[in-house]
Design a protein around this ligand. Sequence first.
Ligand code: GLP
Length: 238
Amino acid sequence: MNIIIADSYRQLSDTAAEIVANQIKNKPDTVLGLATGSSPLGLYDALAKMCEDGKIDFSRVRTVNLDEYVGLAPDHPQSYRYFMDKNLFDRINIRREMTKVPDGLASDTDAFCKDYDSYIDSLGGIDLQVLGIGPDGHIGFNEPDGHFTAATHVAELDPSTVDANSRFFESRDEVPKTAITMGMRAIMQAKKILLIAPGKAKKEILFKALEGDITPRIPASVLQLHRDVTVIYSDENR
Ligand code: GLP
C-alpha cells in the first residue's frame, strides 16, 4: 500500500488528478470507478481543468459510480447522478452514455443490481477505482456489518451515515435511508484503487482501516487485501 501524506487539500487533489490522468494516458479507454462526497471535489475540479487545457481526453473513458440513494431521481439536487453531472461529467469531454450511476428509481432493484455487476464485468472490470471513506469506515455505501457483501446491493444506511450526510439536505428526515451500492467484489477486482481522505476527522478511522484488523465492522479494512492501493491523506479538509 502506498500512503501519501499531502501538505494541503490542493496538493491531495492535484496528486490524485495526476494519478487519474496518467491512467487515462496509458489506457485511453480506461474504466474509471468514481465516488461522490466532498473528498473528490478538488480532484474533479483538477480533472476538469486538465481537460479544458487539452491535457487529458475523456472521449474513450467509461465510468461507473459506486452508489446512489434509493428514491432520488437523477435530477434531484442531492442525487449522486446530479452530483456527478455537475461536478465532473458536464465539464469534460465524456459522452453521457459512457457514464453509469446506479438508478435510484429502479423499480426492480434486485434485477438492477445484478445488471450493474454484469455491466461492470462486460467492461472487463474497473481499471482505477476512486474511493472516499465514510466516518464509520464505509466505502461506497458498504456499511459496517457482520459480513462483507460481494455483489451490488441495496444497503441500509448506518444512522451515523444518515447524520453525516444530512448536511447536504434540508433536514435529517429527507436523507434516504437506503442506497444502491457497488459491492466489495467489483471494488476489490479493480486493478488499482485510489482512496482520498482529506481532513483530521478522517485520520482515526483511516488508520484503523489501514492498520487494524480486517473486519466488515470497518468495511475499508478489506483494502488491506488489495495489491495496488494508493491512499492520499491531508490534515487539511476541503
Ligand atoms: C458518502 C458516499 C461515500 C463517501 C462518503 C464520504 O456516504 N457514499 O462514497 O466516500 O460519503 O464523504 P465525504 O467525502 O463527504 O467525507
